[in-house]
Ligand binder design. Structure first.
Ligand SMILES: *Cc1c(COP(=O)(O)O)cnc(C)c1O
Length: 454
C-alpha cells in the first residue's frame, strides 16, 4: 500500500512534469489535482486510487461495448501472437482484408473500396484528397473547392481544420488554411436566420442551394457530419436535411463526403447515421468507434466511380499518393473485427432501441431546470445546453466555465463526462444498461442543478 502511494504520487508529479494534454489550458491543469485512470470494465473506469466512475462519454466517444471486453482483448492478443505490424504498402495482411470486406458489407450501398488510416482527421484528409484528385483525373481540374458547414468539426490536422467551422478551435490557424465555401449550419436553437423549424422549411439549405447554383463548376465536394454536428455541441439536424443535401450534391455533380467519425458504429441508433434517410454518400470517413475504442484505426470508404478514376498505367501517375506507416495495422483491424462480431452477438443495435427511448423520456425533466436552454438527443448522443438566461438564450460568461464546473461536480458524484463549452455531453457506451443509464442521467441532472443554483 505504501509502495502504491509512492507510485501514485510519482505518477501525479510526472504527469505535470512531462505531459502536455490535448485541448487543455495547461496552466489550469498544473494548478489543480488531476485524475489518472488505471483500468476499466464495462461502463466503469477506475483511477489509480481505486475510485470507480461511470464513463458517461465513452472515453472520448469511442467505447461501444464497454471497457476490457474479453472478446476484443483476446482478438488483440491473438493477433499480437501472430504479427503486430505488416505494411499495406506493397503487401497485404489478413485482418485488413477481412475488415475491408466487412466494412463494405455494412456501409451504405455503393461504398466499395476501403482506404485505411489511423485517426478521424486522417480519414477526412484522405476523403478531401481523393475527391480533389478524382476531378483532376476526370478532366474537371476546375473543380477544386469544398463546401463546408459553419460549426463543423472534422479533426485537427491542417487539412481537416481547413474544412472546420468552429472559430474557437480554428480561427487562430486561418492564415495556414485553404479557403472553403462555408454555408450555414442547422443550429436550430440559435438559428442564424432567426427562423423556427419546421416553419423555416430548412431555409439554411436555401443558402447552400444558392452557393451550388452559382459555384458548382468549381466545387469538388461537400463535407457533412450526418445528423449531428457533434463537437459543435451535439447540434442535431432536422429530418430530411440530409436527404436534401444528397439531392443537391447529385443535381450539381458535387461529391458528398459523410464524416461519420463521431456518428458511426451505432451512436445514432443505426450502424451509420446515413441509414436514417437511406443516403448513399460518395465518400465516408470512419474512426472513433471502429475498434470499439480499443486501438487507433480509421477508414475512408468510397465508390467504384471514384476508385476507377485512379486506375491507369504506372507512368500515367494516376496513383493515389497517400499512405501512413500504420495504415491497415493488423492488430487494430483484428480489434475492429471483434468489435463488429459483438454487434451481431449482443444484438447491440436491437437492444439499443428501447434504451434510446428510455433516455429520451429521462431527459424530459432537464428542461425544467431554469438554466437549461436546450436538450438535444440523437440516439446515444446527448447535448444539454446551459444558458445564463432561458428567456434571452444569453450564454454564461466564458470565465464562469459552467460546463467545466458541472463536470467536476459530476465527477465528485462518480461520473466522468466532458463538456463542449457550456454544453453538457452524455455519450454512454452502447452497452450501458437502463439501470446504469439511470445513474448517469441522475448524476448529470444533480450536477447541473447544484452548479446552476449557486
Ligand atoms: C473526432 C472527430 C474527428 C477527428 O477524429 P480524430 O481521431 O480525433 O482525429 C473528425 N470528425 C468528426 C466528426 C469527429 O467527431
Amino acid at each position: 500500500m505504501a509502495a502504491d502511494m509512492h507510485r501514485n504520487k510519482e505518477l501525479e508529479q510526472d504527469d505535470k512534469l512531462y505531459l502536455w494534454h490535448p485541448f487543455t489550458q495547461m496552466k489550469d491543469w498544473l494548478e489543480n489535482d488531476q485524475l489518472i485512470i488505471e483500468d476499466g470494465h464495462g461502463v466503469y473506469v477506475r483511477d489509480i486510487y481505486g475510485r470507480e466512475y461511470l464513463d458517461g462519454i465513452s472515453s472520448l466517444w469511442v467505447t461501444v461495448h464497454g471497457h476490457a471486453r474479453p472478446e476484443i482483448n483476446e482478438a488483440i492478443s491473438r493477433q499480437v501472437g501472430k504479427i503486430s505490424h505488416s505494411t499495406l504498402l506493397g503487401l497485404s495482411n489478413v485482418p485488413a482484408t477481412r475488415l475491408a470486406r466487412r466494412l463494405v458489407e455494412i456501409t451504405p450501398p455503393g461504398l466499395n473500396k476501403v482506404f485505411y488510416s489511423d485517426s478521424g482527421s486522417t480519414a477526412v484528409e484522405i476523403a478531401l484528397k481523393m475527391a480533389y484528385q478524382y476531378w483532376q483525373l476526370s478532366g474537371r481540374s476546375d473543380k477544386t473547392r469544398f463546401i463546408t458547414f459553419r460549426n463543423a468539426y472534422h479533426g485537427d490536422t491542417i487539412g481537416s481544420v481547413s474544412v472546420g467551422g468552429i472559430d474557437l478551435f480554428h480561427a487562430t490557424y486561418r492564415p495556414l488554411l485553404f479557403p472553403t465555401l462555408q454555408t450555414e449550419s442547422a443550429y436550430c436553437y440559435r438559428c442564424a436566420l432567426g427562423q423556427t423549424y419546421p416553419d423555416c422549411r430548412m431555409a439554411c439549405l436555401d443558402q447552400l442551394e444558392k452557393t451550388l447554383e452559382e459555384r458548382h463548376a468549381e466545387v469538388a465536394a461537400l463535407l457533412v457530419e450526418p445528423l449531428v454536428q457533434a463537437a459543435a455541441g451535439m447540434l442535431v439536424s432536422p429530418p430530411g436535411y440530409l436527404t436534401r443535401i444528397r439531392e443537391l450534391c447529385t443535381r450539381y455533380d458535387v461529391l458528398m463526403i459523410a464524416d461519420e467519425v463521431a456518428v458511426g458504429f451505432g451512436r445514432t441508433g443505426k450502424m451509420f447515421a446515413c441509414e436514417h434517410e437511406g443516403i448513399r454518400p460518395d465518400l465516408m470517413s470512419l474512426a472513433k468507434g471502429i475498434t470499439g475504442g480499443y486501438l487507433p484505426l480509421a477508414a475512408t470508404i468510397t465508390t467504384d466511380r471514384v476508385f476507377e478514376a485512379f486506375l491507369g498505367e504506372h507512368e500515367e501517375f494516376k496513383t493515389f499518393f497517400h499512405g501512413h506507416t500504420y495504415t491497415g495495422n493488423p492488430v487494430a483491424c483484428a480489434a475492429a473485427l471483434a468489435n463488429l462480431d459483438i454487434f451481431a452477438q449482443d444484438r447491440t443495435l436491437e437492444n439499443l432501441q428501447p434504451k434510446i427511448r428510455w433516455l429520451a423520456e429521462a431527459l424530459r425533466r432537464f428542461i425544467e431546470l431554469p438554466h437549461v436552454g436546450d436538450v438535444r438527443q440523437c440516439g446515444f448522443m446527448v447535448g444539454i445546453e446551459l444558458v445564463a438566461s432561458r428567456e434571452t438564450k444569453e450564454p454564461y460568461p466564458t470565465a464562469k466555465r459552467m460546463g467545466h464546473q458541472v463536470i467536476l461536480k459530476a465527477r465528485e458524484m462518480g461520473m466522468i463526462i466532458r463538456p463542449l463549452t457550456d454544453v453538457i455531453v452524455l455519450m454512454p457506451p452502447l452497452s450501458t444498461s437502463i439501470e446504469e443509464l439511470g445513474r448517469m442521467v441522475d448524476i448529470a441532472y444533480e450536477a447541473i442543478r447544484v452548479v446552476t443554483d449557486e
